[in-house]
Design a protein around this ligand. Sequence first.
Ligand code: NAD
Length: 401
Amino acid sequence: MKFGIIRERKNPPDRRVVLSPEECQNVLSKFPKAEILVESSPIRVFSDQEYADKGLKVVNDLETCEVLLGVKEVPIDALLPNKKYFFFSHTIKKQPYNQELLQAVLDKNIELYDHEVITNAKGARLVAFGRYAGIVGAYNGFRAYGLKYDLFQLPKAESLLDQQALIAELKKIQLSNIKILLTGKGRVGNGAKEMLDAMELKKVSVSEYLNDSFEEPVYCQIDASEYNKRKDAVRGSKADFFKNPGEYRSDFFRFAKVTDFYIAGHFYGDGAPYLYTREDAKQQEFKIKVVADISCDIDGPVASTVRSSTIAEPIYGYDPQSETETDFKNEDAIAVMAVDNLPCELPRDASVGFGDAFSKYVIPSFFNGDKDGILERALMTQNGKLTQRYTYLQNYVDGKE
Ligand SMILES: NC(=O)c1ccc[n+]([C@@H]2O[C@H](COP(=O)([O-])OP(=O)(O)OC[C@H]3O[C@@H](n4cnc5c(N)ncnc54)[C@H](O)[C@@H]3O)[C@@H](O)[C@H]2O)c1
């Protein structure tokens, strides 16, 4: 089986890669029937030379490969017909901007495996960049906090080598006894938690967070059952909330009243209540003044996120009273960090972590007859048609929605 590591071609340039030079070596040593070619790239976080140094062939043409591995969407004119491709196609939610891409995939008889739908039998995702979004998002949030109050100036994450370098910077800062709230206990939430723990911040329970005062900065990590409650006052649960989000209302305001810096790392499901609305943010008691919104749902559950921001310009201000954007340093402004491609700021670590999971869960499937069904579940297109699991995209492909 011949794999090809493709060059990323999307703009702005993405420096990440599915398999690092070391991970390629691991794959080759574990699977004697595997071959890997690497398409030359001037922007990849690992240089052509780093691959060559590990004995890999760096080429300009992947025509002889059967399986092509990439991260971001492949531009239509760069798609090679009749190949198996892995990348994030951003089509499973019928995203309008990638409708033509999915049509082209079908026209070119490509077998598309989307990273987002690589799952185990229970439906849990197996390969993702979320942890790195959490790591960078928490860091960027502290950076925003320092800039808003002119307390300290952290360098941009993208200028630092890896997670350890980010942690080293965070350890230098002095914080007063602020309260930091973190929502989400999945990949993103726990990535952010890694950073808070590395800073040796004290973790407190919900009741301590809401009721007590501290002599040092503290944080509290909460999940859906803590920031939502059932409308009928019956005791709810996370599982019940996932099933019946419409039966719940937000219970976030009690946290908003005591929080200085909020890190949003939850998933927001359709039909769930907003954590805080524009009205909530207008209230005198609403205390939050810095938000690192890693979840980054626009104009929705975290109302101050009126747009996403960019790695180049990561912070903007939201004025709750006028509901408009303003200078984030203004006294009444909420400083918002809502970068939607955070893992790109830590391309080396993100690629290593992603590749580790990819070679553990996906590569073996090519050599064991896909005994766990991983390839079968992730395969979206075959023989110029959507596979059974993805026929719900037919109207989208036909241009009817
Ligand atoms: N800004 C970025 O660059 C970036 C990068 C990656 C992911 N994200 C976003 O971060 C969010 C979290 O991603 P993740 O990988 O941590 O997800 P995850 O599935 O690993 O964790 C989701 C968390 O949200 C909670 N949750 C609340 N309501 C939920 C619901 N209805 N369904 C499922 N979970 C629910 C879960 O309990 C859990 O704590 C997603 O919205 C994702 O799009 C942003």
